[in-house]
Write a protein that binds this ligand. Structure first.
Ligand code: ADP
Ligand code: MG
Length: 623
C-alpha cells in the first residue's frame, strides 16, 4: 500500500472542479448566478464556439473590493454564508465558495471588478489554478469575468465536449433557466458576436416566458396558483394541445432557483394523465416559494437538486392545483379552435371532441364502465346519441384495438369462445378483411362493416400511418419526391433553430426539404417534400426543426430520421375535421396494404377500434 498523504490544494481543486464544471454551460450558470447574487440589473453573456473557446459574463452589480479579489478566486471563500446555521437559510444562489476557484483551476480566467466606492477597477488572472496577483485596471462599476480555453489542462474533460451546436444548446438552456427565474433583470446572450437573446427587464413573468419560449407556446399557457400554509405555488402550465416529446420544457423554480425534481415532475405528468398521448410530456413554468428552512439546497454540487422537508405534501399540492384547474377549464374547446379553422363548427366539434376522448379512453381501457362516463352530448348527433347509455348492471361493452388481431402474422390464431369470466377476445381477422367503403362521421371517423362486426377508424391516424410507411420506403431507396419552389421562401428562425437546421441540411434534403443560409437567422427553402403540397413550407420547416432540437444531446441519426418522417407524415395527413369525399375514403382504405403494422399511428395512438358482432349482439341483449 502506498503511504497516505494529503492531496495538494491544486489537486483538491481539480477534483472539486470536476463536480461543478462539466461543460461550458456550467461556467455560464455559475457566473450568471454570481451576477444575480451581486444584485445586478443587467447581465450580458457572450460566448464563442458554444463557450468552448470563450465565455464572458459582465454585470453591473456591487463589484468586489480590491482587497477581497484574491479571496474571491480562492476555494471555500464566500461572502454569502458565515456559519453552519446559514446553510439552512440560504437566500442567495451561491454559497459554497467554490465556483470561481474551480473555473480558474481548469481554464484561463480573467476577472475585472469595481465597486461604486472605488475610483478605479482591479483585475486578477488565474491560469490553471495559478493566480497572477491583483493589479489596477480601468472598468465600469460591476464585474466582468472572462473564461478562455476551458479544460486546456484537463484533456480528458475536453474530449467529452460535443459539437459547437450541442454545447451552445446547453449554454442557451443554462442562460434561459436563469433568465426565466429573474424577469426583473435585463439579460443578453451573444454567440460569436451574433445576438441570440435580448430580454429587457419586464413587468411580468409571462413576458419573459414569451421571450424565452416564443409567443405561440406562451399563448397556450394557463395561470395556476395555490397556497398551502407557508407554501405558495404559482405559474403557468400549457394547454394539452401543446406538449413535447421530452421534459425539457418543464421548469420548476424554487425561491428563484431553477431545480429538477423527479417526484414533482411525476406529479405534473399525473395531472395530465389522459390528456396527452403516450410519449408526450406537459409543458410548465412553475414557481414554488417556501421558507428556506423547509428545504435543504446543499445536497447537490450544482444545486440542481434539493431535498424537501415534506415532499409528499408538495406532490399533492401540485397535483390537486392542476387537477382542479383542468376540471374548471373547458379544455376541449381550445383544442378544437386551434385545429379547426371554421368557427361555425365549434359546438358540434366540441361535442365530437368529447366523444372522441371517451372512445380513446375506452379503447385504452381507462374507463371501466360506461356508467362512469359523463353524459354523452346530445349535440354530438343522432348517430351517437344513444350509444353510451349506462345500462344498470349491464356488462360494459368490450372493444378491442386492432392490434390484438394482427399481432401474430402467421398461422392459425385460436379463437376463444366468449365467456362471462374473461372478456371475449375478438375473432381473428386479417387486414384483407377490411372494408373498402365506410361512412364518415363527424368528419373524423370512418365507420364500416367488417367481417367480424364493425370497425371505427381514426382517419388522421390511419392516413398518417400510411404516409409514414410510404415516405420511409422512399427515403430508404433515395427516391423522395421533392418540389422546387419557383420563389424560394425565406423563413425566420431563432438563432439556435437556424444553427440546428443548417447543421442538418443534408438530413433534411433526404426528406425532400432543401435549405440554405440566407443571412442572420434566416434560411431559404428552395425545395420541399412534394407530399406536403398543401402545407406551408415554413410550417413544415418549423415542425422538422422541433424534432431536431427535441433532444438535449445529439440524437442518434436513425432515431432522428424516424422522428422527422413522423413529423412530415403527421403534417401531410388528413386532419380530424377534414371532410372526405367517398372516393377519398375508398382510396384511404385501399392503401392500407402499405402498412404492415397498421394498428397504430406513429404517435402510438390506435388507428382503429373494432366492435365485434358478438359484443353488439350482447349489448342489444340478443345473446
Ligand atoms: P459563491 O458564489 O458560492 O459565494 P463563488 O466562487 O462563485 O462562490 O464566488 C466567490 C465570491 O466572490 C462570492 O461569494 C462573492 O462575494 C464574490 N463574487 C463572485 N462573483 C461576483 C460578482 N459577479 N459580483 C460581485 N461579487 C462576486
Ligand atoms: Mg457562485
Amino acid at each position: 500500500m502506498p503511504k497516505i498523504q494529503r492531496l495538494s490544494q491544486g489537486l483538491v481543486n481539480k477534483i472539486a472542479a470536476g463536480e461543478v464544471i462539466e461543460r461550458p454551460a456550467s461556467v455560464v450558470k455559475e457566473l450568471m448566478e454570481n451576477a444575480v447574487d451581486a444584485g445586478a440589473t443587467r447581465i450580458d453573456v457572450s460566448v464563442a464556439s458554444g463557450g468552448v473557446e470563450m465565455i464572458r459574463v459582465a454585470d453591473n452589480g456591487c463589484g468586489i473590493a480590491a482587497d477581497e479579489l484574491e479571496l474571491a478566486v480562492a476555494s471555500h471563500a464566500t461572502s454569502k454564508i458565515a456559519s453552519a446555521d446559514d446553510l439552512f437559510a440560504v437566500g442567495t444562489l451561491g454559497f459554497r465558495g467554490e465556483a470561481l476557484a474551480s473555473i480558474g483551476e481548469v481554464s484561463r480566467l480573467l476577472l475585472r471588478s469595481r465597486t461604486a466606492q472605488d475610483p478605479g477597477g482591479v483585475q486578477i488572472e488565474v491560469v490553471g489554478g495559478r493566480s497572477s496577483g491583483v493589479s489596477p485596471c480601468g472598468c465600469p462599476v460591476g464585474t466582468t469575468v472572462e473564461v478562455r480555453s476551458l479544460f486546456f489542462n484537463t484533456p480528458v474533460r475536453r474530449k467529452f465536449l460535443r459539437s459547437t451546436q450541442t454545447e451552445l444548446g446547453h449554454t442557451s438552456e443554462a442562460f434561459a433557466r436563469i433568465a426565466l427565474a429573474r424577469h426583473d433583470v435585463h439579460f443578453t446572450l451573444k454567440h460569436n458576436d451574433r445576438e441570440l437573446f435580448d430580454m429587457p427587464q419586464s413587468a411580468g413573468w409571462l413576458e419573459r416566458i414569451v421571450a424565452v419560449a416564443g409567443r405561440q407556446l406562451a399563448e397556450s399557457l394557463m395561470w395556476v396558483e395555490s397556497e398551502d400554509g407557508p407554501v405558495r405555488l404559482s405559474g403557468y402550465v400549457a394547454h394539452p394541445s401543446q406538449s413535447r416529446g421530452n421534459t425539457r420544457l418543464q421548469y420548476l423554480f424554487l425561491n428563484g432557483r431553477c431545480i429538477r425534481d423527479r417526484s414533482l415532475q411525476h406529479a405534473l405528468g399525473e395531472a395530465y394523465r389522459g390528456l396527452l398521448m403516450t410519449g408526450r410530456y406537459p409543458i410548465a413554468f412553475l414557481a414554488l416559494e417556501l421558507p428556506p428552512e423547509m428545504v435543504d439546497v446543499n445536497v447537490h454540487p450544482t444545486k440542481l437538486e434539493v431535498r424537501f422537508q415534506d415532499l409528499g405534501r408538495l406532490y399533492s399540492q401540485l397535483l390537486s392545483t392542476l387537477r382542479s384547474k383542468f376540471l374548471t377549464t373547458d379544455l376541449t374547446t381550445r383544442v378544437e379552435r386551434s385545429t379547426d379553422e371554421d368557427p361555425t363548427q365549434a359546438i358540434d366539434e366540441e361535442a365530437a371532441g368529447r366523444l372522441r376522448q371517451q372512445v380513446v379512453d375506452w379503447a385504452k381501457g381507462k374507463i371501466e364502465s360506461w356508467g362512469e362516463l359523463p353524459a354523452p352530448a346530445a349535440a354530438a348527433g343522432d348517430q351517437f346519441g344513444g350509444l353510451p347509455e349506462p345500462a344498470g348492471g349491464a356488462r360494459p361493452l368490450e372493444l378491442a384495438a386492432l392490434d390484438r388481431h394482427w399481432a401474430p402474422a402467421d398461422g392459425d390464431e385460436p379463437t376463444e369462445p366468449p365467456s362471462e369470466a374473461s372478456p371475449p377476445s375478438p375473432p381473428s381477422s386479417r387486414p384483407s378483411a377490411w372494408p373498402s367503403k365506410a361512412l364518415q362521421v363527424h368528419n373524423r371517423y370512418l365507420v364500416a362493416e367488417s367481417d367480424e362486426g364493425m370497425v371505427v377508424i381514426d382517419q388522421h391516424a390511419l392516413h398518417e400511418r400510411i404516409l409514414y410507411e410510404h415516405l420511409r420506403q422512399r427515403v430508404l431507396s433515395g427516391a423522395v419526391e421533392s418540389q422546387s419552389l419557383l420563389m424560394p421562401e425565406p423563413v425566420d428562425l431563432s438563432p439556435v433553430e437556424a444553427a440546428a437546421a443548417l447543421e442538418h441540411a443534408e438530413l433534411l434534403a433526404r426528406l425532400g426539404m432543401k435549405i440554405e443560409p440566407f443571412g442572420g437567422d434566416t434560411v431559404l427553402i428552395s425545395a420541399y417534400p412534394a407530399m406536403l403540397a398543401n402545407v406551408s413550407p415554413a410550417a413544415v420547416l418549423h415542425g422538422l426543426v422541433e424534432q431536431l432540437l427535441g433532444e438535449g444531446k445529439a440524437p442518434d441519426r436513425r432515431d432522428l430520421l424516424d422522428k422527422m418522417l413522423h413529423a412530415v407524415a403527421c403534417k401531410a395527413a388528413v386532419k380530424a375535421g377534414d371532410r372526405l369525399a367517398p372516393e377519398e375514403v375508398e382510396a384511404l382504405l385501399g392503401q392500407r396494404h402499405l402498412i404492415d403494422d397498421a394498428h397504430h399511428c406513429p404517435h402510438g395512438r390506435p388507428t382503429a377500434v373494432v366492435f365485434s358482432r358478438e359484443e353488439l349482439d350482447k349489448h342489444f341483449k340478443r345473446i
